[in-house]
Design a protein around this ligand. Structure first.
Ligand code: 5AD
Ligand code: SF4
Length: 437
């Protein structure tokens, strides 16, 4: 019987794709994927530390494996990702959970195979964190799990040092993949039948900086010129680097989805300054205007943080005002989470929890109302869905339109991987329901 692995992933799309890479490495070692953690020979936790609750969630789940490991001494438990890469965290983790066999970081994911082989030969726990980001590894063979979508990294790391954010400390400095490698990967994915390519990077707009390679809009244009019917998405864009040229390129290709994730974080200029975001709310609104000039139907999504140190009621009102002005298609809303090692962690005037809670509830209500309104706009319209899956409970196929809205519909044939036009009959929060046309 073949050996089995199970991966638990926390955090963003970047981590989801990294788990696909981990799965690829494990399958090269002869392991098969398994949904049941109890039956698995290897369990990998791919962690996130962007907010405290993501970190606590991982600790809770690693803790729950103690009994399982006691019952099955041969099980290998590995913990990697952003959490372990933080200063001193690997040692703390080892003290707290001595039964964890392998602890690795974000910079040495590709060596996991070696660590597993080493672990199988010796009883000693393996704790390996590399301080510096190494060369970009090419030729990885991820075991992809999100057909018809495929994630493609275009760059790694972040140089922005937003004052609240731990990412630059755990993911290192920005480095971009060579464009020819990215283009070759996309070409082969499209040839394999993937219908949506999502380009990933912490700050895709600064792609190519520091190398003599092409810019992000140029890269997009080249990818859009690849033959075949497929969609292109990308994330994340930093507003300070979002250019008119990018808007022009987005408008010029029917492959590039008319939606943009443009995290604003706050609508208050003094908070934006303290966050080190390097734009004002007026700058942000200007970028939105440029985008809408080129692509009037472009949907914009965002990230918002409430309760940043020093955030006054007036600052919070400015955020709500900006949200009203932009009218987002949807938004991720977060309560500020203090991260050791960041600049904001040492700022005076940390906001009491009850204040942040009240603010986030108000903001969520505002954002949800906008989301519902944006969904309702599709009712009566025909929209093209890229079918991702079948929901057996509802007996409906589902997938997204180019604007990121999930659409459900019935069909007698297997539609997974197909582009399907539906006439929307009903909208419900973030979901649309319709009939195949
Ligand atoms: N607290 C709350 N939210 C955060 N984010 C990043 N760091 C923090 C933090 N310390 C949010 C930002 C970012 C998204 C990925 O996570 O909104 O855009
Ligand atoms: Fe964090 Fe800012 Fe970099 Fe985004 S741009 S990863 S929020 S430091």
């Amino acid at each position: 019987m073949s050996k089995l692995f199970h991966i638990v992933t926390y955090g963003c799309q970047m981590n989801v794709h990294e788990s696909e890479k981990i799965a690829g490495l494990l399958s090269e070692l002869g392991y098969d994927s398994c949904d049941d953690i109890e039956k698995s020979d290897i369990v990998v936790f791919n962690t996130c530390c962007i907010r405290e609750n993501a970190e606590n969630h991982a600790y809770g789940n690693i803790g729950m494996l103690k009994k399982l490991k006691a019952a099955n001494r041969d099980m290998i438990i590995a913990v990697g990702g952003c959490l372990t890469q933080q200063m001193n965290k690997a040692e703390n983790l080892h003290e707290k959970f001595p039964y964890v066999d392998i602890i690795f970081g974000t910079h040495n994911l590709s060596k996991l195979k070696d660590y597993i082989l080493e672990k199988r030969a010796s009883k000693k726990p393996i704790i390996r964190i590399e301080e510096k980001e190494g060369e970009i590894v090419e030729g990885e063979k991820p075991l992809r799990t999100s057909y018809p979508n495929a994630w493609v990294n275009i760059m790694y790391g972040c140089n922005n040092f937003c004052s609240y954010c731990i990412v630059p400390y755990v993911r290192g400095r920005e480095r971009s993949r060579r464009s020819e490698n990215i283009i070759a990967e996309v070409k082969s994915l499209v040839a394999e039948g993937y219908r949506e390519i999502t380009l990933l990077g912490q700050n895709v707009n600064s792609y190519g900086n520091g190398t003599d390679d092409i810019t992000f809009p140029e890269l997009l244009e080249k990818i859009a010129s690849i033959d075949g019917k497929f969609r292109i998405r990308f994330m994340t864009s930093h507003p300070k680097d979002f250019s008119e040229e990018l808007a022009r390129v987005m408008a010029g290709s029917d492959k590039i989805c008319h939606c943009l994730h443009l995290p604003v974080q706050s609508g208050s200029d003094s908070i934006l300054r303290a966050m080190n975001r390097r734009y004002t709310s007026a700058d942000y609104l200007k970028k939105v205007e440029i985008l809408k000039k080129y692509i009037p139907d472009c949907e914009i999504t965002t990230d918002l943080i409430v309760g940043f140190p020093g955030e006054t009621e007036e600052d919070f009102r400015a955020t709500c005002d900006l949200v009203r002005k932009v009218n987002f298609s949807s938004a991720f809303t977060f309560v500020y989470s203090r991260r050791d090692g960041t600049k904001a962690a040492t700022m005076p005037d940390q906001i009491p929890e009850e204040v942040s809670k009240r603010r986030i509830m108000e903001l969520v209500d505002l954002v949800n109302a906008q989301t519902r309104e944006h969904s309702a706009r599709f009712v009566g319209e025909i929209t093209e869905i890229l079918c991702e899956d079948y929901d057996a409970k509802r007996g409906l196929y589902l997938g997204r339109n180019e604007y990121g809205r999930m659409g459900y519909f019935a069909s007698d044939t297997d539609e997974r991987g197909n582009f399907v036009n539906i006439k929307v009959t009903q909208a419900n929060g973030v979901s649309l329901y319709g009939d195949k046309v």
